[in-house]
Ligand binder design. Structure first.
Ligand code: ADE
Ligand code: ZN
Length: 368
């Protein structure tokens, strides 16, 4: 990854930043989303629209405020599994092409509002597939939403397909089918492959190695949820498979040896601080290991994971790190720069985005 342009570093260092100035910078800075789940991104407003269009939805007829109270996880829960339980309110809303397309389109609208240049949206087509709505159509609908969003809001997007744990919820055949679908759509809207969770527990990441390697051979970028909650050997498995990025990686807190190895390889960690608070993985923003990781030279990007489920946006995450984890203006810009260069895009497209980023960041530093 190229170093952040010195002119941006100097511009960020030149000023004495007030908390208000840093908040303005968080909003104005061009950003990217590297780790965002499409189902987890549904806002209460979109949930309401989808519920009202579905005669069988238990959320039909509720106000946005009532929906917010029912579905948003705005307090820490006991575990990742307890947070994933909340998704059962969301999955049934995305079982038609119209709903999936709308979810991607609205996600891009929301990105535009926050000065996000590009968003990688991840999802598992097998969770949305239903009678008469096969996985391939789920994917096609999401890609249409991303494309229409780009046309209307100027924010580009790519799809990352999530393979899922545990096999007791999503079996091997469904995972194999998703991996095959991702490979077939490589370069046609699908940019990467991930392993995420559809329930508590599950098989080792190494069980997914073959599918991830096939994805790599088809030209896809690789990421995996690993070390998000205590479960032995996940980072080691991710390293063995050779992923480009790791989602969360919280257990690296106790493993300086693995941090060193990730630094050596240039593997990126996708950091989602509020998500980690809500799953109980970290006690506070101040306690988040991202501070120590950055100081150890680990490449980190900042994302929201599930902005709808958690009732947050990406600006909130930048603000939280500046307010509570001591991130300076320079370090906020660096997080966003890392994001641009971590995207699963051809080098020429990244370079193009980096040019737009540099211009936009200079202007944001100037006016914040
Ligand atoms: N799916 C949605 N959010 C997730 C998370 N934080 N970890 C794993 N899978 C997820
Ligand atoms: Zn995630």
């Amino acid at each position: 990854m190229p170093d952040m342009p010195p002119a941006l570093r100097e511009a960020a260092r030149r000023r004495r930043w007030t908390p208000e100035g840093l908040s303005r910078l968080a909003a104005a800075l061009p950003k990217v989303e590297t780790h965002l789940h499409l189902d987890g991104a549904l806002s209460p407003e979109t949930v309401r629209r989808l519920a009202d269009a579905d005669p069988r939805s238990p959320l039909r007829g509720l106000s946005v405020e009532e929906i917010r109270r029912k579905v948003v996880v705005d307090q820490p829960r006991a575990s990742l599994g307890a947070v994933l339980d909340a998704f059962h309110a969301y999955y049934p809303l995305l079982r038609t092409a119209e709903a999936v397309e709308l979810s991607a389109y609205e996600m891009i609208r929301e990105c535009a509002r926050q000065n996000i240049l590009h968003a990688e949206a991840r999802f598992a087509p097998s969770l949305q597939a239903a009678e008469g709505f096969p996985m391939e159509e789920v994917l096609a609908a999401a890609l249409r939403g991303l494309k229409r969003g780009e046309e209307d809001f100027g924010v580009s997007g790519g799809a990352i397909i999530c393979l899922l744990r545990p096999f007791s919820v999503v079996d091997r055949d469904a995972n194999a089918a998703m991996a095959g679908l991702a490979a077939r759509f490589a370069g046609r809207g699908v940019v990467g492959l991930d392993v995420a969770d559809a329930g508590a527990g599950g098989e080792r990441l190494s069980e997914y190695g073959r599918w991830l390697r096939d994805g790599r051979a088809a030209g896809l970028g690789l990421t995996a949820h690993a070390g998000e909650s205590p479960r032995g050997g996940e980072i080691e498995d991710a390293l063995e498979i050779g992923v480009d990025r790791i989602g969360h990686g919280i257990i690296l807190r106790e493993r300086p040896d693995l941090v060193k190895e990730l630094v050596r390889r240039g593997t990126v960690v996708e950091v989602n601080p509020t998500s980690n608070l809500r799953t109980g993985a970290v006690a506070s923003y101040r306690d988040h290991p991202v501070r120590a990781w950055r100081d150890a030279g680990l490449l980190t990007t900042l994302s929201t994971d599930d902005p709808g489920v958690f009732g947050i946006d990406l600006v909130h995450e930048y603000e939280a790190l500046s307010r509570d984890a001591g991130f300076s203006a320079e370090e906020l810009v660096e997080l966003a720069w890392n994001g641009v260069w971590s995207l699963f895009l051809p080098e020429a497209r990244r370079r193009e985005l980096a040019v737009r980023f540099e211009l936009g960041a200079a202007a944001a530093l100037d006016k914040s």
